[in-house]
Design a protein around this ligand. Structure first.
Ligand code: NAP
Length: 523
């Protein structure tokens, strides 16, 4: 294990020890099923009047845990706790904050198998995807810590202005905002909660985190790591409940100083608009959806392209913001590439995500399952389903939201599903006459998260120059549009896919959690 670094691009051939440790953790996680979990507010375990059940999407009869249905009052208490903790935490020397956050990252690493087992059960991630999600959280936290160190706490001496008879000492200091809200999506509960929480905290903000209703367990286990690292009470708070009640109450709090929301375009834009109702503008980091294209040139390596496209289309059941949902192929290689994509797709193993040989588990909930049926019907009517298009209901599939990986062709370009983020294991393919035509179609959406390309190097450079997306890959068999890792591929979107224009896990991200103060002293 020591020489193996798990990333989304290295997960295909892991060492054996990884499997045995995951299986042991899974058995332990299963032994706790049905337990009740509180919220963590001001260091206290808090219980609400009502609870909700978290179900296993692979077997909806299995209840994973009971979680608190947090209310507007809980939102108020969590924000108040974070506000009270801010003066002390923000004045804690940055070196100490870095030390504590690095400790939290170490604890997550120590518990990676336990947390990943919970993630597999509640999101139906296969074991490698679950481990990858959890491993990304400490990677992002450490990245933020390293950036704080590399920039020496963001205290920068500026030039001395040429004042006659005086001596001026000028400093630029980046300082935290205050109380920071982190709202995360169901599909990467560990990385997309842990990453922003780590950045906000190391910058000196205090935090309230709210996970998706589908993934309270993973985030609870993650929150415990921050608490166990020794962060002061109130610096990090964990609340659970619905987005529309608890989430909205948090967003509406006048005591909030900034937020990071990762989730769908519609919910994110709603939050952006309601957060703008405050007395003044507060920082709003939005990481939103995608409709990610892959382009295959006539000079592409067909095997490489087909592998990358299939992995990106169907990893985590197509429920990645970076999933490849559109493929444009130049005419000379169209038939050959599509045949290979269909062949690889029909070989994917769908099943219980905790089984070693499973590639695709079920989709996350009944809404996603219903959407799959609706979209498949629409595509069948508008074009041709080359493989898939069915839900799986027999035998082991009877109690889960299992769908077959689906490729559709001949769908008219005016069809709404060319532009709508389906967030399901469905990908559309289309024949083009030229790369220019492919690029025009690829860019003709409101999203701009990731994109992929297969062709020669000169074409790849043209692709990078012309694609309108934040994260782009050329000739990558590990994933056409997926597989970003902090430090290698900082992750973020253009256009409707993100608000800041700066990518998480990159050099310009941590600064988003601080405002600049200039300090001029005439000595
Ligand atoms: P979602 O439905 O938009 O929910 C995201 C989060 O927002 C959940 O915690 C949800 O809570 C909460 N929420 C819902 N309504 C709210 C409100 N009015 N106020 C405050 N919070 C509210 O997204 P999802 O289905 O969980 O995740 C999938 C989406 O996330 C896709 O669009 C995907 O592309 C996007 N995503 C983007 C990135 C990126 O980096 N760009 C990464 C991953 C995912 P409840 O669950 O309780 O409703």
């Amino acid at each position: 294990m020591s020489t193996f670094q798990l990333t989304y691009a290295t997960m295909f051939d892991p060492p054996e020890e990884l499997h045995t440790r995951y299986e042991a953790a899974l058995a332990e996680a299963r032994a706790t099923l049905g337990a009740e979990y509180g919220m963590t507010i001001n260091g206290e375990e808090v219980y609400a009047k009502h609870t909700f059940k978290s179900h296993n999407p692979a077997n909806t009869e299995e209840i994973l845990g009971l979680f608190q249905t947090g209310t507007a009052e809980d939102a108020e208490n969590a924000v108040a706790a974070a506000k009270a903790a801010f003066p002390t935490w923000s004045r804690t020397p940055w070196q100490e904050r870095v030390q504590l956050l690095n400790k939290a990252a170490d604890i997550i690493d120590e518990r990676i198998f336990d947390i990943a087992a919970a993630t597999s059960l509640e999101v139906s991630k296969n074991r490698m995807e679950a481990l990858g999600d959890v491993a990304e959280a400490p990677a992002l936290i450490r990245w933020a810590c390293d950036e704080m160190e590399r920039n020496q706490g963001f205290v920068t001496k500026m030039g001395e202005d040429p004042l006659v008879g005086y001596h001026a000492r000028n400093y630029s200091v980046l300082r935290p905002y205050g109380v920071w809200l982190v709202i995360s999506p169901f599909n990467f509960p560990a990385a997309l909660t842990g990453g922003p929480v780590g950045a906000a905290l190391v910058a000196g903000n205090t935090v309230v985190m709210k996970p998706a209703t589908d993934t309270p367990w993973t985030v609870r286990l993650l929150a415990e790591c921050f608490v166990d690292a020794g962060l002061p009470e109130g610096a990090v708070n964990y609340v659970t409940g619905s987005g529309s009640v608890l989430g909205q109450a948090l967003v509406d709090s006048p005591d909030l100083d900034g937020l990071t929301f990762t989730g769908s375009y519609d919910v994110g834009m709603g939050i952006f608009r309601s957060f703008a109702q405050g007395k003044y503008i507060r920082p709003t980091i939005l990481e939103l959806g995608g409709k990610n294209p892959a382009i295959v040139s006539r000079h592409a390596d067909v095997e490489c392209a087909a592998l990358g496209i299939v992995r990106s289309a169907f990893g985590l059941q197509g429920q990645k913001c970076s999933a490849c949902s559109r493929v444009y192929i130049e005419e000379p290689l169209y038939d050959q590439t599509v045949d290979r994509i269909v062949e690889l797709t029909s070989e994917l193993r769908v099943g219980d995500p905790t089984d070693r040989s499973t590639y695709m588990g079920p989709v996350v909930n009944s809404w996603a399952y219903r959407d799959f049926l609706t979209f498949s019907d629409e595509l069948r009517e508008a074009g041709t389903i080359l493989t898939g298009g069915e839900v799986l209901t027999e035998g082991d599939f009877i109690n889960g939201y299992f769908c077959s990986p689906t490729i559709a062709a001949d769908v008219p370009l005016e069809h709404r599903l060319w532009k709508h983020e389906m967030f399901l294991p469905i990908t559309l393919v289309h024949k083009v006459e030229s790369l220019e035509e492919a690029m025009a179609l690829a860019n003709d959406v409101d999203y701009g998260l990731t994109s992929g390309f297969y062709g020669d190097e000169e074409e790849a450079s043209w692709f990078f120059d012309n694609t309108q997306a934040g994260v782009n890959y050329a000739n990558r068999p590990q994933g056409a549009t997926t597989g970003a890792w902090p430090g290698f591929q900082p992750f973020g979107g253009w256009k409707g896919s993100g608000s800041s224009g700066k990518n998480a896990g990159g050099y310009y991200y941590l600064q988003l959690y601080m405002h600049e103060q200039i300090q001029t002293l005439i000595e």
